[in-house]
Structure formats: structure tokens, C-alpha cells
Ligand binder design. Structure first.
Ligand code: PNS
Length: 167
């Protein structure tokens, strides 16, 4: 039984994250999507709201769960008997930060392997940060996030500009 942890901020989950989750769920017995609960980092959605949105997104994937974590990721892996950390890589620009994290995590706990996965090309430019920026300024992010995330974003930005040409 191999458990993989897919950690991140997920503020909010996007279809790019979901693509990675679906791919990972085919490789591992159990995938835990672990949301970092970090009060020092400002976020649009609370950690609990982010977990809720992930849970709704993975309803069709029986071996995938969502959880909150704080502290060191490798410690969370240890406590959940997980031997794999999954990280999505969209472009070469992601690589340097990811490489540093993977090697530091390996130094802290050699038994945990980091696996980099690529999302579908369609999502290579997609990030939670851009989704929030575009949506808050009145742009459309339909098709880039699940529909209920779109609804949740609408509630967070009640006074976003009403652009005529946006669907
Ligand atoms: O989606 P993000 O913000 O790129 O995810 C970063 C995350 C949560 C994976 C990373 O910040 C993390 O693992 N934080 C937990 C603290 C930790 O273990 N730090 C050492 C990592 S080398």
C-alpha cells in the first residue's frame, strides 16, 4: 500500500491541480491532498474552505482525500506512512524552487521520494494566483477551475468589475 501526499496552498484548487490529482490517483493506492495551514501567509480562502473545495473536486476519486497540515511536510509524511511527495511542474521556471524543496526534503527524510508530474499542456500557464487576479479584475476563469470554485470566487469578490464581454 503506497500513500502519496500532494501538498500545496491550493488557494483555490484549479483544474491543473485536479489533472495532477487524477493522474496520481492512477499510480498510488492512496493520495492525500494536503493543504498547508500557515497563518503567516495571507490567503483568499481559509484553510478549511480550501479543504472543502478540494473534497468537492475529488468526489469521484475514492482513494483521494483532503487534509490540513502544519509544520514540516516530511513530518506529515512520516505520520501518515507516506513514501511519496507529488509536485506538479508546469514549466522550467518552476524547477529551481521545486528542486531546492525536493532536495531539502530528501535531506530531512531520505525515505520519502519526490515525484514531479506534468499537467496537461492546456494548464501549463495556470496558477491559483493568476486565477484570483484575473477573476478579481473581471476576467473569465470558466473552464480553469471547477464550477463551484467559480461560485466561491464570486462570493469572495462581490464588487468585481462587471465586464460586458465576459461570459
Ligand atoms: O503550493 P505551494 O505554496 O507551492 O506549496 C508549498 C508547500 C506547502 C509544499 C511548502 O511550502 C511546504 O512543504 N511547506 C511546509 C513546511 C516545510 O516542510 N518546509 C520545508 C520544505 S523544503
Amino acid at each position: 500500500m503506497t500513500t502519496a501526499i500532494y501538498p500545496g496552498s491550493f488557494d483555490p484548487i484549479t483544474n491543473g491541480h485536479l489533472d495532477i490529482i487524477e493522474r496520481a490517483s492512477k499510480l498510488f493506492d492512496r493520495v492525500v491532498v494536503a493543504v498547508l495551514s500557515n497563518p503567516a501567509k495571507s490567503s483568499l480562502f481559509t484553510p478549511e474552505e480550501r479543504v472543502g473545495l478540494i473534497e468537492r473536486s475529488v468526489v469521484g476519486l475514492p482513494h483521494v482525500t483532503a487534509d490540513l497540515f502544519a509544520g514540516l511536510l516530511v513530518d506529515y509524511c512520516y505520520r501518515h506512512d507516506a513514501s511519496v511527495i507529488i509536485r506538479g511542474i508546469r514549466a522550467v521556471s518552476d524547477f529551481e524552487y521545486e528542486f531546492q524543496m525536493a532536495l531539502m526534503n530528501r535531506r530531512l527524510r531520505d525515505e520519502v521520494e519526490t515525484l514531479f508530474m506534468m499537467p496537461q499542456e492546456l494548464y501549463t500557464y495556470l496558477s491559483s494566483r493568476l486565477v484570483k487576479e484575473v477573476f478579481s479584475l473581471g476576467g473569465s476563469v470558466r473552464g480553469l477551475v471547477p464550477d463551484f470554485v467559480l461560485e466561491a470566487l464570486t462570493q469572495k469578490y462581490p464588487s468585481r468589475p462587471n465586464l460586458e464581454w465576459v461570459d
